[in-house]
Structure formats: C-alpha cells, structure tokens
Design a protein around this ligand. Structure first.
Ligand code: C2E
Ligand code: MG
Ligand code: MG
Ligand code: MG
Length: 291
C-alpha cells in the first residue's frame, strides 16, 4: 500500500501494531460513509470559571455512532483519520457544526464561546484560515466566540508557517489555545512568540491531584507560568472536588471535567448551562452577604 494520493492514502510513518492495516482501512471506509450518512454528532463539554463558577465556554467533541460498531471513541477513529488524511474533511465538518451551534445559541440569547480541536494536518491546509473566515461569515458568528485548540505538535511541524497562520487567525479575531499542554516536547519559547490566549493543562497531570507531589508541582508550575505570560489556564479532566479545590488554590482560572459534566448533546448542554448559571448566581449572592 504505497499510494500517496487518492481516496484513502494511508501513509505509514509509524506503523501501528495495535490495529492492523486492514481494520484501519475498513474503519477509514466506514468513516467516509458515516460523514455522508450523517452519523457524526458534536457534543459539548462545559468549561467553568474556578473563581465565579460561571460557564466560560464549551469544548466541541465529536461523537460517532456506527450502526454496526456502536459508539466508536474518538481515540479510535481520529488517529486513523489523521493517517489517511480524512481528518481534513472531518475537521471541516466539525468547524462548520461548532460555528453553527455557537451562532444558534447566540440567537437564543446564550453566549457560549466554543472551542474546536484542530488536527495538525487540518491546520497545515493552505485554505484553513479561509475556511475559518468563511464559517464565521456564513453563520455571522463574532470571531471571539470561536477558539481553536492546537496541540504542541502543530506548532512544531513548521514553526514559521504555523506562526504566520496563527497571526492570520489572530487578525480574524478567533482565539487560540494549546491543548494537552505539557505532554508535547517543544520549547517554551513558542508561548512568547505565538498569539495564544489559553493553556489547557492535560488531564494526565490533573489525575494525581492533590496527593501526587509531581503532578501538584507540574500543575503549579504551568499555572504560575501561564499567569506570568498573561494566559488563561484551564485544567481538563477534573473529576473530584479535591482536584478542583487544589486548582482554585494554585490560581488556575478554569476547569472542565466530569465533576461538572461530560460532553453533552445540545439539549442536555443547555439544561446544564442553566443549572451552572443558577449555582454561580447563588454563590455570588452568598459571597456578597458575607462580604
Ligand atoms: P481532548 O481534546 O484533550 O479532549 C478531552 C477528552 O477528555 C475528551 O475525550 C473528553 O470527553 C475527555 N474528558 C473530559 N473530561 C474528562 C474527565 O473528567 N475525565 C476523563 N477521564 N476524561 C474526560 P474524547 O471526547 O474521547 O476525545 C478524545 C480526543 O479526541 C480529544 O482529546 C481530541 O484530541 C480528539 N478529538 C475529539 N473530538 C475531536 C474533533 O472534533 N477533532 C479533532 N481533530 N480531534 C478530536
Ligand atoms: Mg481538546
Ligand atoms: Mg485536551
Ligand atoms: Mg487531553
């Protein structure tokens, strides 16, 4: 299998031993059908301020229910889509859907900034900036309600090109975050050079909080560094009160995780949003009384 072009051009830089080529090709084929048959959905996970308890945004996460396979987790199909190149089409679909949903919420009076995961290959497309601009225009969404989550690998690939592209996106007015921060291996210099607004602490570091001394040290360091650089810092994968309290104490701005909610379908997200708003108000009223 050496073809580089065509409908499913698998490239194997790093042949994966866990899933064999044939099942990867089958999965890729099924994904292409799934996009046509509208089997993909976007779910939204609330992002909450550690200071006020208010909702500050939502991360859009793709979901796929295949008629035969059942729910296929993104960790299974996204790597295959990245390998075959189909991630570009999926990513474009996700971008459109997320922007459409944020715009629909805005029309209903809900201001929900939406964060979208962007794969390296998608980001490298020369049309990427134009696609973002087009989606914003098509749905008339204020650019500040869209955040792009990029991983360190995106920035590493071709740093100069990435910088240009990010500057163009920044001029559009969209926000950018570094996802899974701390898991890649890149120089910290890019934090200064790239026009980003937010760091997302990877959940592998949140897991051991507050007891694990290494995790606590790493998280503390990321938060202090982020604050010093004027970046918002959000922790992902927060599951317990103890984790949340630790993060609040060390000055982390925001969190997302099962403690608040998993990624939810639109209707359930709206219901949770209302609860979060009510809780934040009650908390603020209580604080005002004691103040
Ligand atoms: P990510 O961007 O780091 O997303 C966070 C993942 O952590 C999500 O998994 C989310 O459901 C999960 N998560 C959130 N809170 C908790 C928690 O408290 N505990 C635990 N154990 N997990 C939590 P998901 O949805 O399975 O997505 C996995 C990865 O797949 C994402 O990691 C992202 O890299 C990728 N992905 C998901 N949707 C998209 C997409 O639309 N486009 C692209 N390119 N990648 C996507
Ligand atoms: Mg993400
Ligand atoms: Mg993440
Ligand atoms: Mg992560």
């Amino acid at each position: 299998w050496v073809k580089e072009s065509g409908r499913s051009a698998f490239r194997f830089h790093q042949p994966r031993k866990d899933v064999d080529l044939l099942s990867r090709m089958r999965l890729d084929h099924a994904m292409r059908q799934a996009l046509q048959e509208r089997e993909f959905r976007l779910h939204f996970q609330p992002q909450v301020s550690l200071e006020t308890g208010e909702l500050i945004g939502a991360e859009a996460l793709i979901r796929w229910r295949d008629p035969l396979r059942g729910d296929v987790p993104p960790s299974e199909f996204i790597p295959v889509a990245e390998e075959s190149g189909f991630i570009v089409a999926i990513g474009q679909w996700v971008l459109q859907q997320a922007v459409a949903q944020a715009a629909a919420w805005l029309k209903k009076g809900l201001r929900v900034p939406v964060a979208v995961n962007v794969s390296a290959l998608q980001f490298q497309q020369t049309q990427f900036v134009e696609q973002v601009a087009q989606a914003l225009r098509a749905y008339d969404l204020p650019p500040s309600l869209l955040e792009l989550e990029l991983t360190e690998s995106v920035l590493l690939r071709d740093a100069e090109e990435a910088l240009h592209r990010m500057q163009a996106l920044s001029e559009l007015g969209v926000l950018m975050a570094i996802d899974d921060f701390g898991t890649g291996y890149s120089s910290l210099g890019y934090l200064k050079r790239f026009p980003i607004q937010r760091l997302k602490i990877d959940r592998s570091f949140v897991k051991g909080l507050p007891g694990d001394a290494s995790d606590a040290g790493i998280v503390n360091a990321i938060v202090q560094m982020g604050r010093a650089l004027n970046l918002q810092v959000i922790a992902e994968g927060v599951e317990t009160d103890a984790q949340r309290d630790f993060l609040a104490r060390c000055g982390c701005h925001e969190y997302q995780g099962f403690l608040c909610a998993p990624a939810l379908e639109t209707r359930a997200f709206e219901e949770r949003h209302a609860q979060i708003a009510a809780q934040a108000q009650a908390g603020q009223a209580a604080r005002a009384q004691t103040a």
